[in-house]
Design a binder for this molecule. Structure first.
Ligand SMILES: C[S@@+](CC[C@H](N)C(=O)[O-])C[C@H]1O[C@@H](n2cnc3c(N)ncnc32)[C@H](O)[C@@H]1O
Ligand code: SF4
Length: 370
């Protein structure tokens, strides 16, 4: 019998199904750790940016030959989408709406500082059915240390308001691995999680990125494996499934991110957005000014078969997606056999699944290095 995932892949191919990502490159303030493409001093360009974004969306719908009912997920990320009023977001969503699958998951990222009750009501009425708050921590001292512009009280209020206006899928981003973290402080964060009505957590280990305040300040980080394991096990104990190295859901996934890890095609629109089709990545201009001048311009990167295999290995072992046997050569399958014998991975329906996502990169490198 044909495997279920093969049937799905064929159906998807016929219907040309894909994901849609929109990047909003504005933030109210710049957090000390963040290298995402976002600007705090370009708000005067907002209207022009939205007009440019609309042009790109119309262009991409044609370029990707998007058909009716074929958009499985829409993800509005950034930067900070809650800096854009619902009326403007409506203009953007309306352009893509005719192509929505009937079960589409529409996610939006929000900073608690700008996600007011009015904004939340507005985006809910547009059909957005999943919201992801950048919370980072419930400890005000840690929030200040990270350069966040809100307190824990505001974060909690945002989450409660989202529930009030009817959001059933609520996610929070948390950051750990800072020099302020102790087992005690992490226990307190978990106690705060217990008080929340949320069904998804993204848990990120602090990375020190170039072009951020934290870059080359190793003293701000504390990459402690024991703390990571403690947090992961405690979140799992609370009924959240660990489905990707940084993501946990209670009967709920970020379908959009799962789509990335499954290597699906995606449109990327907005300054700094990335798109993907078959074996090509498309990078829009990072600069808002350049983007406004030429919103349909993209730099193209062609991926080799090996590039794609490498990515599929990393993404597959970092998540419940797993790795398809058919992409591996004889030599790589010999390595797989070693990992199976050592019980580091398991096999099901011609796919290999990693049991401990923290080991994902190690496993992928072991297989790829001849
Ligand atoms: C686009 S932001 C989320 C929405 C909104 N901009 C906010 O911050 O409230 C994406 C998330 O990436 C995570 N992140 C960004 N840079 C990071 C870094 N250097 N280390 C760890 N996590 C990071 C943060 O948890 C952040 O919430
Ligand atoms: S973490 Fe979010 S709010 Fe902070 S700078 Fe990055 S995108 Fe902006």
């Amino acid at each position: 019998m044909m495997q279920f995932d093969k049937i799905l892949a064929i159906l998807r191919w016929f219907r040309n199904q894909m994901l849609f990502y929109i990047h909003i490159p504005f933030c109210d303030s710049k957090c000390y750790y963040c290298a995402f493409n976002s600007y705090v001093d370009k708000f005067h360009l907002k209207d022009n940016f939205i007009e440019a974004l609309k042009k790109q969306i119309i262009f991409e719908i044609q370029r990707y030959k998007i058909q009716k009912n074929s958009i499985e997920t829409l993800y509005i990320g950034g930067g900070t989408p809650s800096t854009i009023c619902p009326l403007k977001l409506k203009e953007i969503i309306d352009l893509i709406k005719p192509n929505f699958d009937k079960n589409i998951q529409i996610s939006i990222e929000a900073n608690p500082n700008s996600a007011s009750l009015k904004w939340l009501k507005g985006v809910k009425s547009l059909g957005v059915n999943r919201i992801s708050f950048g919370v980072q921590s419930f400890d005000d001292k840690k929030l200040k240390f990270l350069g966040r512009n809100h307190t824990s009280v505001i974060a909690r209020l945002g989450i409660e308001n989202a529930k009030k206006v009817g959001f059933e899928n609520i996610s929070i981003d948390l950051i750990y691995g800072t020099s302020l973290d102790t087992k005690q402080s992490l226990k307190k964060e978990l106690e705060e999680i217990d008080k929340l009505d949320i069904n998804h957590i993204s848990l990120y280990s602090l990375t020190l990125e170039e072009n951020t305040k934290f870059f080359e300040k190793s003293e701000v980080a504390n990459d402690n494996l024991a703390n990571a394991k403690f947090l992961i096990s405690q979140i799992q104990k609370r009924g959240f499934e660990w489905y990707e190295i940084s993501n946990f859901g209670k009967n709920s996934y970020s379908e959009h991110n799962l789509g990335y890890w499954r290597y699906k095609d995606y449109v990327g629109a907005g300054a700094g957005a990335v798109g993907f089709l078959k074996d090509r990545r498309f990078y829009s201009e990072n600069s808002i000014e350049k983007y406004i001048k030429n919103p349909t311009f993209v730099t193209e990167e062609v991926l080799s078969k090996d590039d794609m295999k490498f990515e599929k290995l990393f993404l597959g072992f970092r998540s419940i997606v797993g790795v398809n046997k058919n992409i591996l050569n004889q030599n790589e399958l010999k390595k797989i056999k070693i990992l199976l014998d050592e019980k580091k991975i398991m096999e099901k329906d011609n796919r290999y699944f990693n049991k401990d996502f923290l080991l994902a990169d190690e496993l992928a490198l072991f297989i790829m290095n001849s």
